[in-house]
Design a binder for this molecule. Structure first.
Ligand code: HEM
Length: 526
């Protein structure tokens, strides 16, 4: 799972919620000051920096420290405790280790220490989310979720494309300005709603997915969980049973689950009834149905469990994907020359070749694929590979990692390392496309969805993001559609893309930044 703080939706931090932002900052600072400094047992040097730097400019901190140590293991005193940074050259030794040696959860211990009378919330996702309190818990069904994303969702991407396109057209007609002339649009809020809608189409179908209540619940469940975790994280585990009563988001989470269940129950009942009346009927093709079919008989009418699955799915997918889509829009606006190249590619593959309905079309958008990966390289995660050592590990450079060590990969430093990415500060939208031309091996290695020791924006190993193929398709579809139908540029007088906002390890596109759109005369498809 992406670290809680990295997925903290930016609307919590900015805009009309300034007071909230300040309140959180005060809580964090207090907790921070009160927190006893923990002794690390890793024999690696520390990079000395103030904790406020970690809080407000973690990207610079990670880059500066990475530039100093590069291929060496080093440590940082972060707000959440000491973090041991593993360079790309040593990640390979860790990525295949089993869960009982290296856990994908960053908060295993805290959860185990808390009062629990059951063990079913022992999955990676739930542990990192303090699920005893937040109910962000799938128990053994965390694997069901990953399995359904990998098998059903990913394997049926081509079938989904026409449906997602019609959903996109629907939201554009409803919510995007006409743009007869250049019109400013706040890209980030629009993308959150667009991705929620597109995901809703695949996850619950158009009837429920289009309702404001479902969109509101799926978008805000993530916000409530993440803010609750951030607040709870700064109390020691023994104080959380009391602290929970001061975290209002925990009540909102309960209400989200109740609302979600009320919306899903009649649909699940109808599906079960139809299956009983006519076992051979044509089943709907969405995540609700895939889940009902995948669950054992006894759990098919477990409405609460299925609501949890849907809300966790939304939490993992909506803000991550909409952030990257917004970053791509910002980069397109700042680079008019690449717009024409990508537009031409989209025109040839999707319009001239009738490709919107073709199975392989999205994979053929190779220049677009490269552009998205370049956007993610520069605007993506500050850190990655959040893991906790369960059994001691010895690395080949002699570093001993005792149990309890919290690891991170300094992704922001790696992304700017000229050994891996020549001229790393330059945005080259065709960088990965050019690398893919070199050989069959590089053609595979540098796709948007490829992961590796120098590209961990989707994580690495067993827990790497299973939703990246779906996300890639959604983003390509949106960018291609917008390029075919609109010209895009920065506002007059602006020369650079809007800067991201940093808060701890969270790097998010500025939600108030406006980008100019003007409808193009052409296009028969739109
Ligand atoms: C651009 C969009 C996305 C980004 C950047 C992203 C990033 C990540 C990252 C960094 C992880 C942690 C991997 C690790 O620790 O090794 C992760 C895990 C996960 N992601 Fe995504 N994600 C995105 C979209 C999605 C979507 C669309 C879905 C669902 C359809 C999804 C579902 C999940 C799930 C279920 C996990 C947990 C996997 C596990 O623990 O085994 N993600 N994601």
């Amino acid at each position: 799972m992406t670290p809680v703080i990295e997925m903290l939706p930016v609307r919590v931090l900015v805009g009309s919620n300034w007071s909230y932002y300040v309140a959180i900052a005060v809580v964090l600072l207090l907790a921070f000051i009160l927190q006893p400094s923990k002794q690390s047992h890793v024999s690696a040097p520390f990079y000395k920096a103030s904790k406020t730097k970690w809080m407000f400019s973690a990207d610079t901190l990670v880059k500066e420290s990475y530039d100093k140590f590069r291929d060496r293991v080093y440590q940082i005193k972060a707000t959440e405790g000491t973090r041991t940074m593993i360079p790309a050259s040593l990640i390979g030794e860790l990525k295949g280790l089993p869960e009982d040696t290296l856990s994908a959860s960053a908060a295993v211990d805290e959860v185990r220490e808390s009062n629990r009378d059951d063990e079913i919330c022992d999955t990676d996702v739930s542990q990192a989310m303090l699920s005893d309190y937040t109910k962000f818990c799938l128990g053994p069904h965390g694997d069901t979720l990953t399995f359904l994303i990998r098998s059903k969702l990913t394997q049926q991407l081509s079938r989904l494309v026409p449906r997602l396109k019609s959903e996109l057209e629907f939201i554009i007609v409803q919510e995007f300005p006409e743009c007869k002339d250049w019109t400013p649009v706040q890209a980030q809020p629009f993308m959150v709603r667009t991705i929620a809608r597109l995901s809703g189409r695949a996850f619950v179908g158009p009837e429920l997915g289009r309702t404001e209540e479902w969109m509101d619940t799926t978008i805000n469940f993530a916000v409530h969980v993440f803010v609750a975790v951030v607040k709870l994280q700064f109390f020691p585990p023994w104080l959380r049973p009391i602290a929970q009563y001061f975290v209002s988001e925990l009540g909102q989470i309960k209400r989200d689950l109740a609302r979600g269940q009320a919306m899903l129950k009649p649909i699940i009942d109808e599906r079960l009834q139809n299956a009983e009346l006519d076992p051979g009927h044509q089943k709907p093709d969405d995540f609700i149905q895939w889940t009902v079919d995948a669950l054992p008989d006894a759990q098919r009418n477990d409405y609460y469990l299925q609501t949890q699955l849907q809300l966790v799915l939304g939490a993992a997918s909506i803000h991550t994907t909409s952030n990257l889509t917004t970053d791509c829009i910002f980069d397109l606006a700042a680079q008019p020359e690449i717009q024409e190249i990508l537009r031409q590619e989209a025109q040839e593959i999707l319009e001239d070749g009738g490709g919107w309905a073709r199975k392989e079309s999205m994979a053929k958008l190779k220049k677009m694929d490269s552009f998205m990966k370049e956007s993610q390289r520069l605007a993506g995660n500050v850190t990655s590979f959040i893991r906790k050592v369960i059994k001691p590990i010895d690395l080949s450079d002699g570093t001993h990692l005792p149990s309890g060590t919290n690891l991170l990969a300094p992704q922001y430093g790696i992304s700017h390392d000229d050994r891996y990415f020549p001229d790393p500060e330059v945005f080259d939208g065709l960088r990965f496309w050019k690398m893919r031309q070199l050989s069959d091996e590089t053609a595979n290695r540098h796709q948007f969805t490829s992961i590796g020791d120098t590209n961990m924006n989707f994580g690495l190993g067993k827990h790497a993001c299973p939703g990246r193929f779906f996300a890639g398709n959604e983003i390509k579809l949106i960018l291609a559609y917008l390029l075919l139908n609109y010209d895009i540029k920065l506002k007059d007088g602006e020369t650079e893309r809007p800067k991201p906002m940093m808060f701890m390890m969270s790097k998010t596109p500025n939600p108030t930044a406006e980008i100019m759109f003007r409808r193009r005369e052409r296009s028969s498809s739109s």
